[in-house]
Design a protein around this ligand. Structure first.
Ligand code: PLP
Ligand code: COI
Length: 355
């Protein structure tokens, strides 16, 4: 456990909003804790971040975030066990990926100490907001964006690094149905699909809205060249179980290197589930759905955890996944959440104790 974060200055909120939080009916990411972390990049260096009351941010109208979308984020969760101990899951991997995204978007690298110490201090201060109820957690949103001013289309000279947190329940309510997308693309070779850049998500809203109108929850993105291979969903990596083998697409320029995805790949082998990381063609999935060898599909991500897919649409047809007695998705979800909530041993060393 990291202990010394006393160098992170704290300006406390005058009153707490904790009594306004309905911990028994938490939506995802819609109520926030009392404090947030803010750090500024000015004159070529990051200042040590500070904790202040959660509040609006004041920015110049010409701040480059508004015009050129120089903005990235991360998604993490804090879990509280029965004794009130608080854990993160592989947080250093989030820090590493944050800086990979930052490099691609010309945002300066944030030092590990600013990220980890600031986050640790914030979680310790707002720990009462971390839900203990099964299936709930504190969703953590680190983000960095161009606060520097000017209409010149070039990287800004000032940035903000911030962390805001939201006690949250499940990302999806109910079963997920997905549409295999064959017109729009989320990302392209040489693009920014591997980065958690804000614009990647904005670009998905319109095609996803079209899919929602047709009765689906999410789009499954396919490769941008021929829409031939399944890649990932809007906020999750995708796993397909064909026969007894769990298959997921290799990461690339176009796909986010998900921490849940790589954890599942490691655990599945240990749970006796054969895995393959390879291209999965749409025609293979459709054929497997038709001949009955397609047993499961599920999405994986920090917000979504492991979200079973009940069925998918392809062109004008719908395919239902079978209801299994003991699906891989249930076993994998239990195995990963047991580690996250400190309900099982952590042979992988993924748990990170905050307090
Ligand atoms: N793919 C996309 C596009 C995402 O936004 C996310 C969510 O973070 C994931 C995959 C899953 O990544 P992780 O498991 O690291 O949360
Ligand atoms: C996460 O899983 O943390 C994400 O970032 C997904 C988000 C778009 C809700």
């Amino acid at each position: 456990m990291q202990t010394n974060v006393t160098h992170i200055a704290i300006e406390r909120a005058e009153t707490s909003k904790i009594n306004e939080v309905d911990f028994d009916n938490l939506a995802f990411g819609s109520v926030f804790t009392d404090h947030m972390l803010v750090g500024n990049y000015r004159n070529g260096a990051w200042e040590t971040p500070k904790i202040v009351p959660y509040q609006p941010i004041v920015l110049e109208p010409s701040a480059k975030i508004f015009h050129y979308g120089q903005s990235i984020f991360e998604g993490m969760k804090a879990y509280k066990d029965k004794k009130g101990q608080v854990f993160l899951f592989r947080p250093l991997d989030n820090h590493k990926r944050f800086n990979i995204s930052a490099a691609r978007m010309c945002i300066p690298q944030i030092p590990e100490a600013h990220f980890m110490d600031g986050l640790t201090a914030l979680l310790r201060l707002d720990h009462a907001f971390i839900p203990q109820k099964e299936g709930s957690s504190l969703y953590i949103r680190p983000f960095m964006f161009a606060s520097g001013k000017g209409f010149h289309a070039s990287p800004a000279d000032a940035y903000k690094f911030m962390v805001a947190c939201a006690p949250s329940g499940a990302y999806f309510s109910g079963k997920v149905r997905v549409l295999i997308e064959e017109k729009y693309s989320r990302s392209a070779n040489g693009g920014v699909g591997f980065a958690k850049a804000g614009g990647n998500y904005a670009g998905q809203f319109y095609p996803t809205e079209l899919a929602v109108k047709k009765g689906y929850n999410q789009v499954i993105w396919t490769d941008d060249t021929h829409h031939e291979f399944i890649e990932e969903a809007g906020a999750m990596n995708i796993f397909v179980r064909i026969g007894d083998t769990l298959v997921t697409a290799p990461t690339s320029d176009r796909i986010l290197d998900g921490i849940t995805r790589k954890s599942i790949l490691q655990m599945a082998e240990d749970l006796g589930m054969p895995t393959e990381v390879r291209k999965i063609s749409v025609s293979e999935v459709v054929k497997a759905a038709q001949d009955g060898s397609l047993k499961e599909m599920f999405g994986a991500g920090t917000a979504a955890v492991v979200s079973p897919i009940a069925g998918f649409g392809h062109r004008d047809r719908d395919y239902d996944l079978p209801e299994l007695q003991d699906p891989y998705a249930t076993r994998i979800k239990k195995a990963i959440t047991d580690i996250q909530y400190n309900l099982a041993d952590d042979p992988y060393g993924w748990r990170y104790q905050v307090m």
